[in-house]
Ligand binder design. Sequence first.
Ligand code: ADP
Length: 432
Amino acid sequence: MVLTADQTEIRLAGQMKALVEVSKNLTLPLELPELLDNLLHTISAVISPAEASAVMLWDQSSGLFRPVAAAGFDFQILKQMGLRAGESITGKVFDSGRACLLNRPGELQRAMADMRPANRVVFARALNSAREPVSAAGAPVSAGEQRYGVLILLSMAGPAIFQEDDLPIVQTIADLIGLAIDRARLEAKADAIQEARETERLRAELMASLSHELRMPLTAIKGYTSALLMDDIDWEEQKKTEFLSRALEECDNMEVMIRDILDSSIIDVSQLNLEMEPIRLQVLARDVVAEIGRRVKTHRIIVDFPADFPLVDADPHWIKQVFRNILDNAIKYSPDGGLIVLRGEVRAADVVIRIADQGIGISPEDLIPLFEKFFRVRSALHYHVSGTGLGLPNARAIIEAHGGRIWVESKVDQGTTVFFSIPKAAPLPVED
Ligand code: ADP
């Protein structure tokens, strides 16, 4: 097709306009998909015009070219396309490594002949046109040594819509797209580095605060034992017993903290491999209460289950940890002499355990982050109690792994009730 001087001028003006628009878009603070979308819509209208266009990028993980932006296509449908290396126009333009024109009769059809049937169906459904494309221009999208994919422009209007003199501008736009992709990837890398630094900073802060929490009981233990070992003081028997029981109490505190830290890392690493078996929650609850009762004499714990309380499928080791975490809190955050009631209730599809204390309570705003790792209420009353902020997050992970839920109700100065549910065990099949 030979162009008249006027047609050539219109063409050149179109190319200039496309370049200006592309450059303008590149300066906008847009996310990559939005930026590419804008670019394609701008250039489709002014280059030749292209009725359909797409940016196809090589996806390393799937080993396929995938569309990341398109104009003149239904993108939701086109997204299902995945082209192998060498497949169709995309594969061929990418392999050639330079801008290509496919506008001679039959050339485009030949290039598309090896398109796999599933991609052919997606292509036909996604193209917003009843006509087949008859002319194409494409250019590799790259930045420096890095080749990302291709830019493809299609026309259904006639075989010679794209001309040789369109190729430099198509390649320039593809190069600008390459730069935009490069920039976006660098930004993503910078964000990831920033995030990693932030995570590292948080980890260091948490380590510092955990070490501080662990050092507190250790300092107390050291204090009591060194006092007892002083040569020049002859402690009365009563004082000795008091110091030893305080030291023992602090050992228990440390043990609980170490248990929380260990459980948390097991939960993080193994995502809990539960060994489920039909269990009686009332038996586990009484076991844990007896175990706590051997070391804590300051609180009264009542366990109350209805006679028809059903069996549940659960991992006894981990459910015991949940009881320990919640009961330890009920003791830590309520005054000596306080009453703690552990009750089991049966509902239609599950059972609910509630553990109520008469302690210092939690304000409504602190209830929201209560199950977040390392969260501890920063109030004067909570402050002097040692802990890791891992007991409740661990309990939640365990209960959710069992298909249950955990939640808390609380009133400041009146007490806290922690609830958790566990689905009822499916009834055993009746034997014939
Ligand atoms: P911690 O080791 O600090 O006890 P948890 O994850 O078990 O960690 O609990 C998180 C925070 O929730 C605690 O630091 C405490 O401030 C608050 N909390 C938990 N249980 C109770 C309770 N029964 N009464 C009052 N506050 C509680």
